[in-house]
Design a protein around this ligand. Structure first.
Ligand SMILES: [Zn+2]
Length: 121
């Protein structure tokens, strides 16, 4: 009997208390929901900006929907794959010559500010 009690206590000692696990999981879930809300609001705002820019170009530069679709196809194919996505490119640092993700503002290795290939990266 004493052995069973001892094993049970040892097992409980190394496991977090269930209430703490639930509380931690709840905070993580709330944080994920808030992040999703912020991203959704940002996407909605960016969609409205794109729509406004498109309507200005259509009205002032006399472009058509077909012009936009053709340009989107050209951009899609820049990475050699027609998948409806713009694949991020690897940049070469002008200072140290190492490859750096285009997501970065500065070279990971030497800190040089990187020149982006387009306005949206
Ligand atoms: Zn560098």
């Amino acid at each position: 009997m004493a052995l069973i009690w001892s094993l049970r206590n040892d097992r409980d000692a190394i496991r977090p208390v269930p209430e703490l696990e639930a509380s931690h999981a709840n905070r993580k879930a709330e944080s994920a929901v808030e992040t999703a809300r912020q991203l959704e609001a940002r996407v909605e705002r960016l969609s409205m900006v794109c729509q406004a820019m498109w309507e200005l170009l259509r009205d002032k530069a006399k472009l058509t929907d077909e012009d936009v679709i053709k340009q989107m196809q050209q951009i899609d194919l820049r990475d050699g794959v027609e998948d409806g996505k713009m694949t991020r490119q690897t940049l070469v640092c002008p200072e140290c010559g190492r490859n750096v993700s285009s997501r970065r503002e500065q070279c990971l290795y030497c800190g040089t500010w990187l020149v982006k290939n387009n306005l949206f990266e």
